[in-house]
Design a protein around this ligand. Sequence first.
Ligand code: SAM
Length: 197
Amino acid sequence: MTTRYSPTAWSTLPRGWDNNADGWPEHRRDALHEIVLLDNKVESIFETACCTGHYIKRLREIGYPGTYLGIDITPEFVIEARKLHPNEVFEICDIRDLPLFWRSPRPLFDLTLVTGILQHLSPEDLPDALSEVALVTEKYLLLSYTQAEETKITFDGKFFQNYYSEEYMRGLVPEDFEVETYRNVGRFATVLLKRKK
Ligand SMILES: C[S@@+](CC[C@H](N)C(=O)[O-])C[C@H]1O[C@@H](n2cnc3c(N)ncnc32)[C@H](O)[C@@H]1O
């Protein structure tokens, strides 16, 4: 089974799936809500799977003044994000290639956003991706993904569309982090992890 899909695969999806659509579904509101609760404890944000930049748009609208770096595997989304938000920094990068992407030493961010991407990684890539984002996160890691009672991995030759149980994901929490809030809403879980003191 191949676990590396084409970086242009996402752009072949119908509109709406691509998240270029201006929709603001419940799980995004939940994630934003968690970030807002962090108040002014966050001065730098790293976003994996930034798509066309909808989170940073909302965060600026509600007054987030800090620095931001967004990465996404899909070149079209990054190009669009740069057009829509010329004052932000967006780079094309696969979350699985982050160790190559950083110029040493690794940077550090107060908050890393990992929303809507974990369900699209293979079970082999998932722990490494989480460990890598943990390494660049000084305070908070915000995860949001599709969840179900039982973990279910599906791959159609192009995409993983997985569901993770709470138990499965709790087992993958990086060791220096602990669960601050765990929210299940419908088929999404939004989990805020905090670095242990
Ligand atoms: C379901 S959308 C989620 C967008 C946004 N993070 C959100 O929560 O609304 C999935 C995004 O993940 C990106 N993506 C998928 N696999 C990726 C990978 N391996 N590395 C980086 N980005 C990836 C896609 O290009 C797409 O923008």
